[in-house]
Design a protein around this ligand. Structure first.
Ligand code: TRP
Length: 448
């Protein structure tokens, strides 16, 4: 192990901002609204909040405790407690690498759409059909999406090489407030639309008739993805927390911020789609086809769509950083590379994967595995297989393998005993989380 002083985040606010940045991402703005739309609106929101309490916060507390206890990268954090469990760390890193394969491609699209909004190219299209054709042909074209994805990778790399305090922490302190400012401005705009009342009713009035047993599993999966659990991101970030950072408080605050962003994004999107008379469950194309088409019917379309894609880009960037850092830190600490070399090796590997993934939507579309091109394969395998497996392993590890005293010391934070919180967390990690996670896993394979 290196004996140099390990980096830490400045203080409580920095810890919350960076961790919230790592969890707020495309999942909140792109995925949450359409998943909510497909699963009945308000009732889904209630189920989602229950999932946060039962699964999200306990697993986040587990990751925080593992990370700050070890003060090391994710692989070493597992290995130090039990050599037999280091595979979970490797799995987490491999999964982060794979998830970035498609995450950078979508992030690249947001960059391209931001530029197209500013240049007026988007506003020049004149029908919903034109927006669809434009998006489909953009996605399948070889160069533009690829260059945008690589550009996004390059920005992420540039922030990572600046280091933990000067890169990750400083960028989160700028990007998170900016993200909130843009989000609030857009939400206010959404609330002034004629369809606002209908949109809000859909989002907040629980209608249990649309809720299916599957909705519960979808809500759990969404909670994990949105809070960035299971892939070592939270272990890595919490290894930079100060000893006096309150883990319970931080986990609650991060979950609240993450949910708030998802709800605000929905308060922007539902009134907008209801105003245009479009069904809210239109799927992922909502963001790149439907919304730009609707913005174009409003005064100043360029401003609104530029702001929206800026928001999406900021959210994506804080997340790509949180997925890149665990791999870089592992190579730096375990393989004894300098931080710069570690970041370069990670970025170079990602550049190859991202290139293949981006091309898989166009020229390489013929390369299929299990009937899916590389983009769909990465999306499916990371969110539906690797995420539940590694979250399951994390909760079993924290509930059964990790010494209870370690969990107690980390959660109590030296200030109070907090035995109640400890007992509830251990109970959830031991019994409830594993069972629910197994259900998600089997359901993804159609076995439930
Ligand atoms: N939470 C991010 C989002 O909502 C994505 C993400 C970042 C993630 N890091 C992660 C998902 C780690 C799973 C694991 O878009």
């Amino acid at each position: 192990m290196t004996s140099e002083k390990r980096s830490t985040f400045g203080g409580k606010l920095a810890a919350v901002l960076v961790t919230a940045g790592g969890s707020v991402g495309l999942g909140n703005i792109w995925r949450f609204p359409y998943v909510t739309g497909e699963n009945g609106g308000g009732a889904f929101l209630l189920v989602y909040c229950a999932c946060l309490l039962l699964l999200g916060i306990p697993v986040m507390l587990a990751e925080f405790s593992i990370g700050r206890n070890a003060r090391s990268n994710a692989v070493e954090a597992y290995r130090r407690v039990s050599g037999r469990w280091s595979w979970v760390g490797y799995l987490a890193l491999a999964a982060s690498f794979l998830i970035l394969g498609f995450y950078f491609v979508v992030s690249g699209w947001t960059t391209a759409y931001f530029v197209r909004s500013v240049t007026g190219e988007l506003a020049a299209l004149d029908s919903a059909e034109a927006y669809r054709t434009a998006f489909e042909s953009f996605k399948a074209s070889p160069w533009q999406p690829l260059l945008c994805a690589l550009f996004f990778l390059w920005i992420t790399h540039a922030i990572i090489v600046k280091g933990v305090e000067k890169g990750i922490e400083r960028s989160a302190k700028v990007m998170m407030p900016l993200l909130f400012a843009v989000l609030i401005a857009l939400t206010v705009r959404g609330l002034l639309m004629p369809g606002a009342a209908e949109g809000l009713k859909f989002l907040f009035m629980p209608d249990f008739s649309n809720l299916t047993p599957r909705s519960f599993l979808v809500a759990m999966g969404q909670a994990f993805f949105s809070l960035s659990l299971g892939f070592g991101a939270m272990i890595t970030y919490s290894s930079y927390f100060k000893p006096d950072t309150d883990l319970v408080g931080t986990a609650v605050e991060v979950s609240v911020i993450d949910t708030l962003v998802a709800v605000l994004a929905s308060m922007l999107i539902f009134p907008t789609v209801f105003t245009a008379g479009i069904a809210p469950e239109s799927g992922p194309s909502l963001v790149f086809i439907t919304l730009p088409a609707i913005f174009n019917t409003m005064p100043w379309p360029m401003v609104w769509s530029a702001c929206f894609f800026l928001l999406l880009g900021l959210a994506a960037l804080t997340s790509t950083i949180s997925l890149h850092e665990p791999i870089t830190l592992y190579l730096h600490e375990q393989k004894r590379m300098s931080r710069l070399t570690a970041a370069r090796v990670t970025t170079a590997g990602l550049a190859v994967l991202v290139t293949l993934t981006s091309l898989s939507l166009g020229v390489l579309n013929g390369w299929k595995m299990a009937g899916m091109n590389l983009f769909d394969l990465l999306d499916f395998s990371t969110t539906n297989i690797l995420l539940p497996v590694s979250a399951l392993a994390t909760s079993i590890f924290a509930g059964w393998v990790l010494d209870r005293k370690v969990l107690q010391r980390q959660l109590a934070n030296g200030c109070s005993q907090r035995t109640g919180i400890l007992n509830v967390t251990v109970f959830l990690l031991r019994w409830i989380c594993p069972v629910l996670l197994l259900c998600i896993f089997f359901d993804n394979f159609g076995l439930l």
